[in-house]
Design a protein around this ligand. Structure first.
Ligand SMILES: Nc1ncnc2c1ncn2[C@@H]1O[C@H](COP(=O)(O)OP(=O)(O)OP(=O)(O)O)[C@@H](O)[C@H]1O
Length: 723
């Protein structure tokens, strides 16, 4: 019945869309309305297709005999007062599906998990929550255990799937937490942080639609492989308007296409870079050692250092951003030049008063301001600079680096030194910082816009004149110009922006999001946080991560340190404690690497397969054979070979059955089987090597093997020896 209703809804939306697309012509307003309807019906259609799989996944039977089905979207009975036929999982009434327990049944008698394949029901798991009849479940606090275990045991495809059918109580609490303020979700590997973050985005958009639809929601992930991995989840939950981006992509117009050593990225991530950039901006505001010479007409005028210093001080005092402060130096410079010129050409040969009157001097000033030589001097003193120019010039020039970054060591400055040509992910936050101090010189754009608008107004008056002439025939009829003036007519023709909030946000550095969600938030550098906070002045944010998995040397090991500068201690912490990915046998190995004092999450299941290690003196020669064996063991599941960095720098394909990845690339992902290559090198490669190894080991959902050309690191001694 519900799929029948879905088909109805779909064909109705398709009909409407076809009807709207058939319409042509009409007034500009009608066209605008048509565009809006096209967007709406297309979105409805994609939503209906996205929820096709697993449309219905639950049923609650209440103690009073009523029942309710739970699904991905709400479906209502239009013939009977819009009674809900299917309850959207995000609606408050669906909540007992995730929270009711035998101890607190919340009016629920029985919870049913319905598993489907295509449109067929393949399994039904019932839980009776009536204490008198219920089994006391083995795992305290887990709901829908059979469905949950089926989900976590299923083999992986390389794309993340949603968990809407089996959200657990501790996760549900986070997903439905209120919109305001900063919420930090700390949890070990596999505890569902990513899943929870995405379901929260869907929940917030459903619950606070009015506030969020216009501003949009931003989800930040660690790298593009990861974004591809999670890309399907939100559409399957019926949401399409969320902007997914990496931190490196947050500066509009710049796509990171260049790599650099981690040490370089780590220097760029330090908060000390704010001073470096501020100094670099100040260094653009020049004064001559002695004086500048300017040829004007037949005279050579001098701009002395003192005048330039005065002009610069005036502009700096204004506290305007660099590119907007330039107009403030102009009058000081022009005054000085005009005075000199007047003194020369207007001097009374008899030694009396200057012969020029104030109007003459005004004319001289105007001519000076239009003179190329004077413009060149102004551009030298106070050039208009874009963020990309500022950074390219700074990085390519060792002297500029030395002046701007006196507090960095020479080695650190050498790490920053490079020729222009592309940008790295760590550059985005620096460009953003520079943009903040430089401001955008939009005089040219604004002049162009004004010109275009004037042209439109002229065109519109032409149209009105023609209409007027026709109307002249009958003086009784109101003329077109009586009803509408040219300015308003031009306004009607202006294109209205039909892009979604997410699309507009991606193109606009000053866009402010309604909510920002950051995954793997422990990896962000201090500079990246500054950029992100600018995108979200309301501080309505969800930050998910694990300070035990920090791999980036610029990342953090303490949430308080990161948040202090922005919200002091006003942030809430929620923790996730159960690992749904990694079986207990593998988790025991990983916990040894984490070391004492750090709590690893508890696995929800055992796999019955012992993780192993093998000494392989020549990895190059034997890898293929080992991989082939592992592929056979994992059937049609996925396998990741996780290698030290330097060995694989290609972008990873999430859909391949076997992928070769560095730890950085594997972050946040999971595979049925994982083969870790040369753990000793992974440990040695970074100051956070132990965290990296911990991340590598916890990517597996079923099987784990470790191969090593040298000694096995001490912390891995729990692994079974297969030699
Ligand atoms: N309630 C749940 N029901 C079914 N599967 C779940 C549930 N919670 C999490 N999972 C599964 O556990 C796996 C790990 O989840 P996820 O990737 O969100 O964890 P994470 O905390 O982000 O891990 P990491 O820190 O390692 O990146 C995923 O396959 C996810 O689908």
């Amino acid at each position: 019945m519900l799929y029948g209703r879905l088909d109805d809804l779909r064909s109705r939306a398709a009909d409407q869309l076809a009807r709207v697309l058939r319409e042509t012509g009409g007034t500009p307003q009608a066209r605008t309305e048509r565009d809006a309807s096209t967007a709406m019906y297309s979105e409805q259609l994609s939503q209906y297709s996205a929820v096709e799989n697993g449309l219905v996944f639950g049923r609650l039977d209440f103690q009073d005999g009523a029942h309710q089905h739970i699904g991905r979207i709400g479906v209502f009975d239009e013939d009977h007062d819009y009674e809900p036929l299917l309850m959207d999982w995000r609606a408050p009434a669906a909540r007992p599906f995730y929270l009711a327990t035998a101890a607190a049944p919340d009016g629920v008698n029985r919870r049913r998990h319905i598993r489907t394949s295509m449109r067929k029901v393949t399994a039904v798991d019932d839980e009776v929550l009536d204490l008198a009849t219920a089994d006391v479940t083995k795992h305290e606090g887990l709901t829908g255990e059979a469905a949950l275990l089926a989900a976590v045991n299923s083999s992986r495809t390389g794309r993340m799937t949603d968990i809407v059918q089996t959200i657990q109580a501790e996760q549900d609490k986070i997903i439905r937490s209120g919109l305001n303020g900063v919420l930090v979700v700390q949890g070990g590997p596999g505890t569902g942080k990513t899943a929870v973050a995405l379901h929260r985005a869907a929940y917030l958009l459903y619950t606070y639609r009015a506030q969020l639809a216009r501003r949009g929601v931003l989800v930040v992930g660690p790298n593009s492989t990861f974004l591809r991995y999670i890309g399907q989840v939100l559409p399957s939950l019926g949401e399409t308007g969320v902007l997914l981006a990496t931190v490196g992509e947050l500066f509009p117009g710049v796509k990171p296409d260049r790599t650099e050593p981690v040490e370089a990225a780590s220097v760029k991530g330090r908060v000390a870079m704010t001073d470096v950039i501020a100094t670099a901006v100040k260094e653009c505001q020049r004064v001559p050692e002695d004086y500048l010479e300017i040829r004007f007409e037949r005279e050579v005028l001098k701009l002395d250092r003192e005048t330039c210093v005065q002009a610069r001080a005036r502009a700096r005092r204004s506290r305007r951003v660099h590119n907007k402060a330039k107009p403030l130096i102009v009058p000081v410079i022009l005054d000085s030049l005009a005075r000199q010129y007047a003194d020369r050409i207007g001097a009374d040969p008899l030694g009396g008063k200057n012969l020029l009157d104030p109007t003459d001097i005004e004319d001289i000033r105007r001519e000076l301001s239009e003179d190329d030589g004077v413009q060149a001097a102004l551009d030298w003193l106070w050039p208009t600079v874009t963020p990309t120019e500022l950074l390219e010039d700074l990085f390519r020039d060792k002297d500029k680096l030395a002046k701007a970054a006196p507090k960095l060591t020479e080695r650190e400055r050498d790490l920053l030194h490079r020729e222009p040509g592309g940008w790295t992910p760590a550059d985005a936050a620096l460009l953003d910082e520079a943009a903040e101090l430089l401001g955008i010189d939009d005089t040219a754009t604004r002049a162009a816009q004004a010109r275009e608008r004037q042209e439109e107004i002229d065109y519109a008056s032409g149209v009105l004149d023609i209409l007027d002439m026709q109307d002249d025939a009958d003086p009784e009829i109101l003329t077109a110009t009586d009803l509408i003036d040219a300015r308003r007519l031009a306004g009607r023709y202006e294109d209205t922006d039909h892009r979604t909030a997410a699309e507009r946000a991606a193109a606009d550095r000053e866009w402010v999001f309604g909510h920002v969600i950051v995954d793997e938030a422990q990896e962000l550098s201090a500079m990246a946080w500054r950029m992100l906070m600018r995108r979200c002045p309301s501080r309505s944010m969800t930050l998910v991560g694990d300070v035990a998995q920090t791999g980036d040397p610029a990342g953090t090991t303490s949430w308080q340190t990161v948040l202090e500068p922005y919200v002091e201690d006003r942030w809430r912490l929620e923790q996730l404690t159960v690992n749904y990915r990694t079986p207990s046998e593998i988790m025991a190995v990983a916990a040894d690497v984490l070391g004492p004092g750090m709590a690893a999450p508890t696995s929800v299941r055992d796999s019955g397969v012992e993780p192993w290690h093998l000494w392989v003196p020549d990895i190059q020669a034997q890898l293929d054979e080992i991989v082939a064996k592992e592929v056979a063991a994992v059937g049609d599941g996925t396998l990741a070979v996780i290698v030290p960095s330097g060995l694989s720098e290609t972008s990873a394909d999430v859909d391949a059955q076997v992928s070769v990845l560095t730890v950085g690339q594997a972050k946040g992902l999971e595979f049925d089987s994982v083969l870790v290559v040369d753990p000793a090198l992974i440990l040695a490669q970074s100051p956070r090597g132990a965290n990296d190894l911990y991340v590598a080991l916890t990517r597996a959902t079923q099987r784990l093997g470790v191969i090593h050309p040298g000694e096995l690191p001490e912390s891995l001694s729990r692994l079974a020896d297969t030699a």
